[in-house]
Design a protein around this ligand. Structure first.
Ligand SMILES: [Zn+2]
Length: 412
């Protein structure tokens, strides 16, 4: 790629896309060791608003981060993924439960089994010996060791994945996931069946759109704005965390980038940047479900593979407004991407996104959009294959053309 002639200045506008990376899931509790009726079980905590009944009878495993002690005695974080099914939440046979509707208790029945206790008993002798020796070596531990709080087998598995010994596993944050891989589906291969489309699909499309926009020839020629994507954690639990969208992360990054180097305290570059910028809040939308069509507003029923969905709400559950629609429509026109419009029924509850909270925090014009999908928050969701390409092209076009388009939309 040849060096482009970029004309950035302090206070330059930002073309931004924000999305989130987290999804509802089950997380291993701090003390997870349980045993009942001959089964080893694992205590788990719900994260976010999952469709928890879909987690029953799936082949589950664990992934996440582990804090370990390395060879030099330093504590460090390692990412692990156990790549085989080790857990399962069993349903009750229909012969034993004739109820028409499936209901369950989230504390006592959403409770994975991890194997049989007989294997654990054989193990105990060996681990007991190890624990004795380690207890003698380490005189004081403020909280019980991971090997006491969790099943020793589990800690050993995690240790193996992290390439350390079990006694060097200090703590972990592990979540459950479905080991079934994503796949293409539908008679004409027009659908995709996958976990976590909400919102890894939009995270992927925004990342790919950004890369495509900067690798296209002469795309950065005379560019006067900064292209940025921000992918947040913790949207499913309200975003009010250190790395969530309701934190200071994005404003401080924009501030530093808007100054383009050291400047004096009276600079208004940050405020100028915010006033001239635009944020696309990209989060998945609801496709019409043919079995529940009455749940949708009759004139706003998004369909799969018919293009990216602009989300609108009079009560600002979404941040979209008319100037934003006009702008994104122009970006879509240049990329030949169809768009759809969505509002919820007045008698329905409405989801929300990081769009309204970010626009309120930074005062930048914002628009909410996303691809249509079915079964949002299920362990296995359904999306449209062609919509991935549409959203990627739309985002690339938005980045490529924002500095030009923004000058042609006058609202004051
Ligand atoms: Zn989402």
């Amino acid at each position: 790629m040849e060096e482009a002639d970029i004309t950035l200045q302090p206070g330059s506008p930002f073309a931004m896309i924000g999305a989130h990376t987290d999804s509802p899931c089950l997380r291993v509790k701090p003390v997870s060791k349980k045993q009942s009726e001959g089964f080893i079980q694992l205590g788990v905590e719900t994260y976010g608003g999952g469709l928890w009944h879909t987690w029953f009878d799936r082949d589950l495993s664990l992934a996440g981060r582990v804090m370990v002690r390395d060879a030099s005695g330093k504590h460090q974080q390692k990412l692990v993924k156990i790549d085989r099914p080790i857990l399962r939440i069993p349903t009750l046979a229909i012969h034993l439960d004739r109820q028409e509707t499936f209901s369950f208790n989230k504390e006592t029945q959403l409770f994975p089994i991890a194997g049989l206790a007989s294997a654990e008993l054989n193990r105990k002798g060996r681990l007991g010996d190890e624990q004795d020796s380690s207890t003698k070596a380490d005189s004081f531990s403020p909280i019980a060791e991971p090997r006491e709080r969790h099943h020793p087998h589990l800690v050993e598995l995690i240790a193996k994945e992290a390439s350390v010994s079990a006694e060097d596993v200090l703590d972990f944050e592990l979540i459950l996931y479905d080991t079934q891989r994503s796949c293409i589906g539908g008679i004409r291969e027009e659908l995709m069946f996958s976990p976590r489309l909400d919102n890894l699909c939009m995270s992927f499309c925004s990342t790919k759109g950004l890369i495509d926009s900067v690798t296209a020839s002469d795309s950065l020629e005379n560019e006067s704005c900064i292209r940025l994507i921000s992918l947040f954690d913790h949207e499913e639990i309200g975003s009010n965390t250190a790395q969530g969208a309701d934190s200071n992360v994005l404003p401080t990054i924009i501030r530093r980038l808007s100054l383009l180097g050291p400047t004096d305290a009276t600079s208004t570059a940050y405020e100028q940047s915010l006033a001239a910028s635009f944020l696309v809040s990209a989060d998945m939308a609801h496709s019409v479900n043919p079995n529940y069509a009455a749940k949708y507003e009759p004139d706003h029923k998004p369909e799969m593979n018919k293009g990216t969905v602009i989300k609108i709400n009079a009560n600002a559950r979404y941040a979209t407004n008319s100037p934003g629609i006009v702008l994104i429509q122009e970006a879509a026109r240049r990329a030949q991407v169809p768009l759809q419009l969505f509002v919820v029924r007045n008698d329905s509850s409405c989801g929300s996104t990081i769009g309204p909270m970010l626009s309120a925090a930074i005062g930048t014009r914002t628009l909410d959009l996303g691809n249509a999908q079915l079964s949002m928050h299920s362990i296995r969701e359904t999306g449209g294959v062609y919509d991935v390409d549409y959203a990627t092209k739309l985002f690339s076009s938005f980045f490529t053309h924002y500095s030009d388009l923004s000058q042609n939309i006058v609202v004051d």
